[in-house]
Design a binder for this molecule. Structure first.
Ligand SMILES: Cc1ncc(COP(=O)(O)O)c(C=O)c1O
Length: 391
């Protein structure tokens, strides 16, 4: 498929062939597969180079989803997990080494920080948290660094990391593994492997699943790395189960139409809020005045900037609570990327594990609200915000 094309792979990339002629991969619930050659323990060969023996190792429905995401991310292989955090923890366990260092932006998904902060003393690993920019990340890399972990758009203040700049410093990245969490941007906006990432991770609970009804995660990347991670997945037991894989396969088929509508909705809401007298600041890279607009425009494959925006209300924390309580259509929930629009106060939820001394520098204050735009009519979302801001 050409650059920018994606839906054909999302729909047909599972490569399921069925003797009955069905073009939908079935949900394979079987957990064990009979050996063909008992002596050497071989069962049915599955394309990654492994055998289909046991449900903790492989499942054909899960494999169908992995084939789709491999194509969407222009990767060589993918491994699906039962949550985004299972994918991230398995990746980090593979790369964190005693005496080594991981470089991360000081703004990252909260549970990734919680995991790093809990693992690092046990494994004697240094976690260096730097300002979320490609320049600061490059400066922090030294000979002890084994891994850089970034999100393309940071959560919740929507800063954009310049992957092109990181890519230009490939001399450094050759010695370290760049892992990119592409959950907020999806392969519709960027394919991090094209910018030197060795691995891409997703919380498929968000845009891939897309309906707030399934939890899953995935790693896509080079086969030599996914083979090592396959062993970790088997040992840790985090493989995505077939029903969930089926649900996400179904979700991914409509990723493009959903993500486009959600991004257009977010743009309209950001523009509305930017003009609102009760709003101090809107953080959304699609606004031309946003400091990350130029980086986003340069990096993203389409003139879209994702479905999540944040804004700072003029007023106190109590005013923010009043606003949140007044929402009628938008749900007060901590997730994103699904059909329902959702609002959250990051300082009380998503940003809880961001170091308290970093939060004010990043702009994470108690009057900050994050909104994930769903698939409702954008006029209704704006009307809901307008009435809730009328406190
Ligand atoms: C950017 C990002 N990465 C990873 C995760 C973790 O994914 P999951 O909740 O599926 O474990 C999340 C969850 O919100 C996220 O927002």
């Amino acid at each position: 498929m050409g650059r920018g094309r994606l839906s054909t792979d999302a729909i047909h990339g599972h490569e399921h062939k069925d003797s009955l002629g069905s073009h939908i991969p079935p949900i394979y619930l079987g957990v064990v597969y009979e050996y063909i050659d008992y002596e050497i323990g071989e069962a049915i060969f599955i394309d990654r180079g492994n055998y289909l023996r046991y449900g903790r190792e492989e499942n054909p429905t899960t494999r169908a989803l992995e084939r789709v995401v491999t194509k969407l991310e222009n990767a060589e292989d993918a491994l699906a997990f039962n949550s985004g955090m299972a994918a991230i923890s398995t990746t980090l366990l593979n790369y964190l080494k005693p005496g080594g260092k991981i470089v991360v932006p000081m703004e990252l998904y909260s549970s990734t920080f919680a995991l790093l902060d809990n693992l690092s003393p046990k494994l004697s690993v240094k976690v260096e948290k730097v300002w979320p920019s490609a320049e600061s990340i490059v400066k922090a890399v030294d000979s002890s660094t084994s891994i850089i972990f970034v999100e393309v758009i940071t959560n919740p203040t929507n800063k954009v990391i310049d992957l092109e700049y990181l890519h230009k410093h490939l001399d450094l990245l050759d010695k370290v593994v760049l892992v990119v969490d592409n959950t907020f941007t999806t392969p519709i906006l960027i394919k991090p492997i094209e910018y030197g990432a060795k691995l891409v991770v997703h919380s498929m609970t968000k845009y891939f699943g897309g309906h707030n009804d399934v939890v899953g995660g995935i790693i896509a990347g080079y086969r030599n790395i996914t083979s090592a991670l396959w062993e970790w997945r088997r040992m840790l037991g985090g493989i995505l189960q077939p029903f969930e894989a089926y649900m996400i396969l179904r979700g991914v088929k409509t990723l493009e139409v959903r993500f486009e509508k959600q991004s257009r909705g977010a743009q309209a809401v950001a523009e509305y809020l930017a003009e609102h007298p009760k709003v101090e600041e809107v953080m959304y890279p699609g606004l031309t005045k946003n400091p990350y607009y130029d980086i986003a425009k340069k990096l993203f494959e389409r003139p879209l900037f994702g479905g999540v925006l944040s804004f700072r209300l003029k007023g106190s924390y109590n005013d923010v609570i009043m606003f949140m309580k007044s929402l009628k259509l938008i749900k007060r929930c901590p997730s994103l990327g699904g059909t329902e629009s959702m609002a959250v106060i990051p300082s009380k939820a998503a940003a809880k594990f961001i170091d308290p001394e970093h939060r004010p520098k990043l702009g994470i204050t108690d009057n900050l609200v994050r909104i994930s735009i769903g698939l409702e009519d954008v006029e209704d979302i704006i009307e809901d915000l307008a009435q809730a801001l009328n406190f």
